[in-house]
Write a new protein. Structure first.
Length: 524
């Protein structure tokens, strides 16, 4: 006899079974993506309790499996496995996508003495000043504010410093709300005048009929997983079949899809209708008088256009080739379409940004944070901070930095400028690709590794005059080439401890066992 549970009953059972909160939405997700079979009882959606037990049994083996692959020294407490995505992307931390950032809880663990009752050592306290010489999207600075600490970030990327400072800015919510609504209305009116609304409506209707017939959810995904359907053969055939319908609709409306040129990023990766709307909103941004409001709206537009690139849903982080017609989407298990308008994303991200800034405003402390755009190997931190915030500059000179918490670039892994190429192109930001440490285009060869070592050591040496004598430095890295002992030596520092943590929530498609190390450095 199969024991069936409703979604609510399943969430209650799973919460007790796993000793953590499992919501009905979590259970619905398992059904939607074919992890658990959808059943029906008296008109209600139900699932098999045994299937749920089997699913959690498999996922529960992860700690043992990862320790076998990565070593018994793996600190599973630093996986933060119990946290939901909503918690690891809380308030302004999800103001804009950014590859290569760590979760705020990792910063909290090392900065705040109250995050773990088993911790015996305390390194930082309220009122201390933290330095992050690789600020990225500002995770360390935001958490320092939340914890009542001052912080300075440095980043070579103009766009990274913009993201960080936007997260930390004090907002005039009345002005921001007014300007956002004004631009949204103008954009909506602009879209109504174009022919893509009627074109897209017919296309969506045709897709709905086609997908219900050939890609029923979640049955299709279950059949693929059980190998009852050859996914590649079947989907190729169906894409070709629907392509005829797509072109018939496009021809009916005389709808222009491609831009005439593809010399720049914005020309190559955006369909004509999308590019027109981007240019329209950009023009409206130039009329905004309040600079803080304008800065926030700039981030909203950047986040919007990132999601509107002419690519598949699964390839937003790693662009391959522009997609200009309907395609099979493995993420959703059906035929999907490229985006022909930014309107829905602009509205969604605008409202989300206002909400997240509001949430953070209730948590923020009366402390100073600023992100400087510059080269961490030679920047004069104190003098530049004083020119931007004299009060903070004086505090900084009196106290100096208590320490560093940062995640340096990993050698040959990411082009930090290129991941936001759309924003550099649209807003005409200055690029400093050649000054990136460990950039992807430099590779991972011997020369690149030596350059990386010299770069990191240069950053640490430049920071030392600004640090207190008994400083603590925490650097988060995946050191597969064992470079950090040499880096520490060249900076006349010593590694006194290492914390090896599993990285569970990676944005990449590769879900293999993966770890990183938090190196704790002090002076010799």
């Amino acid at each position: 006899m199969i024991e069936l549970l409703t979604i609510k009953e399943a969430s209650i059972w799973a919460s007790e079974h796993l000793q953590k909160n499992v919501t009905p939405s979590n259970i619905s997700y398992l059904i939607q993506y074919g992890r658990i079979t959808k059943r029906s009882k008296n008109g209600s959606v139900t699932i098999s309790k045994q299937e749920l037990i089997d699913y959690y049994k498999v996922t529960g083996q992860r700690e043992n499996d990862w320790k076998q692959k990565l070593g018994e020294d793996l600190n599973w407490a630093l996986s933060f496995e119990q946290l939901k995505e909503k918690e690891t992307t809380k308030h302004v931390h999800r103001l804009h996508p950014y590859k290569g950032k760590f979760i705020p809880q990792l910063v909290e663990y090392f900065l705040d003495s109250h995050t773990d009752k088993f911790k015996t050592e305390t390194y930082f306290k309220k009122g201390d000043i933290i330095l992050d010489p690789f600020a990225g999207s500002g995770t360390t600075l935001v958490q320092a504010n939340e914890l009542g600490m001052h912080a300075v970030g440095i980043d070579i990327s103009t766009f990274n410093s913009l993201i960080t400072n936007t997260k930390l800015t004090k907002v005039d919510f009345f002005d921001l709300d007014n300007e956002f609504k004004k631009i949204s209305k103008l954009l909506k009116d602009y879209v109504k005048k174009s022919n893509h609304v009627a074109f897209e409506k017919d296309l969506v209707n045709a897709l709905s009929v086609f997908n219900k017939k050939y890609f029923p959810s979640p049955e299709f995904k279950i059949q693929v997983r059980k190998k009852e359907i050859d996914e590649k053969v079947y989907t190729t055939e169906k894409v070709q079949e629907f392509s005829k319908t797509f072109h018939q609709i496009r021809k009916r409306y005389q709808f222009k899809i491609r831009q005439d040129k593809s010399n720049s990023f914005l020309e190559k990766w955006y369909l004509q209708s999308v590019k027109n709307e981007i240019d329209f909103v950009y023009e409206q941004l130039q009329k905004v008088e309040n600079q803080t409001t304008k800065q926030i709206l700039t981030i909203i537009l950047s986040r919007t256009i990132r999601s509107c690139r002419a690519t598949t849903h699964a390839d937003l982080a790693t662009l391959k080739e522009p997609v200009t017609e309907t395609y099979y989407c493995r993420k959703h298990g059906k035929i999907c379409k490229p985006l022909f308008s930014i309107l829905s994303w602009w509205n969604r991200y605008g409202k989300d940004t206002l909400k997240r800034l509001g949430e953070f405003s209730k948590l923020r402390t009366n402390t100073h944070q600023i992100c400087l755009r510059g080269n961490s190997q030679n920047i004069d931190i104190f003098s530049i901070v004083k020119t931007k915030n004299q009060e903070f500059g004086q505090i900084l000179e009196q106290q100096k930095f208590r320490g560093i918490f940062s995640s340096p670039p990993y050698v040959g892994l990411i082009n930090y400028h290129e991941q936001h190429a759309y924003a550099y192109d649209l807003f005409n930001f200055e690029r400093n690709d050649e000054l990136e440490i460990g950039s992807l285009f430099k590779g991972q060869g011997k020369e690149a590794r030596n350059s990386y070592i010299e770069g990191l050591a240069g950053v640490l040496n430049n920071a030392k005059p600004f640090l207190q004598e008994d400083y603590d430095i925490f650097l988060v890295a995946n050191d597969k080439y064992n470079m950090y002992p040499t880096i520490a030596e060249k900076a006349d520092m010593q590694i006194i401890n290492q914390y090896k943590r599993p990285v569970l929530n990676r944005t990449e498609k590769n879900k293999t066992a993966y770890s990183e190390i938090i190196f704790h450095l002090k002076s010799k």
